[in-house]
Design a protein around this ligand. Structure first.
Ligand SMILES: [Fe+2]
Ligand SMILES: [Fe+2]
Length: 307
């Protein structure tokens, strides 16, 4: 830690922030008194400018992450008031469910998590008198027009994705280390060789069946690609914050990103073998060599039959 942080009164605990901070930003802002070191640059709020910047950076990333998940949830998640917005797309949801019957539930829950991440961080920044992150002026992209999608502008584009799936092999290797410069092959090489939809762009993408399955498979591998980011960013940035309270926030959110990553890493392994007839994108049979029998490649269910 760069400096000691002294808390005064019970209202400065994170638990009390959870009780009161979101409803009444500013309540705890004056209760946390940081002892300055000569080199520490403190904002008037009591947060160091570095801590505020790290939180704002993470909040911006969480807003982007939420924008991705919101689009997935509108079309492929459970539809309810916990995550409002879309109305669901049955053929796409069925294609996702080919990987696991729980896919719509996990998409919904992951999306709800992301809303809480940026809402919490932004509320904490406001409670400290610091600027929250807001990316609304960048919401300019046209989203899907397929049945179930909201007609609103987006921050991210899920319809022209190039997906790096090297996390598949990086997290399995026991002889290589990315910190020493080792590189790792992607699980799905085709996904880094073009631009592919991960959601139906319109109802024209709902057929043929193999095309829609390739879209759902692209989404399934993109889920892991999204979540690996938070899995590594939170531990990396936690080592750079100054305040114990900010550290607690990062150490609370970071593990949920790792949980997300592990869920999607497992489910992607159930992607049915398919070749998209519209663009030639190949999802190999993960139940056969070179996947099956290779500890660095095989899915958790290597004997699953292909579609
Ligand atoms: Fe998140
Ligand atoms: Fe996440």
């Amino acid at each position: 830690m760069l400096q000691k942080v002294r808390t005064l009164g019970s209202s400065s605990t994170r638990r009390s922030f959870l009780r009161t901070g979101l409803a009444a930003p500013g309540v705890i802002g004056t209760a946390l008194i940081a002892e300055r070191l000569p080199s520490a640059a403190f904002a008037a709020s009591g947060l160091t400018s570095g801590d505020a910047s790290i939180l704002r950076f993470l909040s911006a990333l969480e807003i982007l992450e939420t924008d991705l998940w919101q689009q997935y949830n509108e079309l492929g998640g459970i539809q309810d008031q916990e995550v409002p917005g879309g109305s669901g797309n049955k053929p796409y949801t069925q294609a996702l469910s080919k990987l696991d019957a729980d896919m719509p539930q996990y998409i919904h829950d992951n999306t709800e998590d992301e809303f809480t991440h940026f809402n919490f961080i932004n509320a904490y920044l406001v409670s400290k008198g610091a600027e929250p992150a807001n990316l609304d002026r960048f919401r300019t992209l046209q989203g899907s027009t397929s049945t179930g999608a909201q007609n609103v502008k987006r921050l991210t584009n899920l319809m022209q994705l190039t997906v790096d799936t090297s996390w598949w092999t990086r997290y399995r290797s026991r002889t290589k280390n990315p910190d020493f410069g080792d590189t790792f092959p992607p699980a799905i090489p085709g996904l880094i060789q073009g631009k592919f939809p991960a959601i139906p762009r319109s109802d024209a993408d709902l057929t043929p069946r193999t095309h829609l399955q390739a879209i759902a498979n692209t989404a399934a591998f993109h889920f892991g690609t999204i979540e690996q980011g938070g899995t590594s960013l939170y531990p990396a940035l936690a080592q750079r914050v100054s305040s114990v309270e900010v550290l607690r926030i990062l150490l609370s959110i970071g593990p949920t990103e790792a949980l997300h990553f592990q869920v999607w890493h497992d489910k992607a392994g159930n992607a049915p073998a398919v070749t998209d007839p519209t663009n030639g994108l190949v999802f190999p049979d993960l139940s056969k060599p070179p996947f099956a029998g290779n500890e660095d490649l095989q899915a958790n269910r290597p004997n699953r039959p292909s579609s």
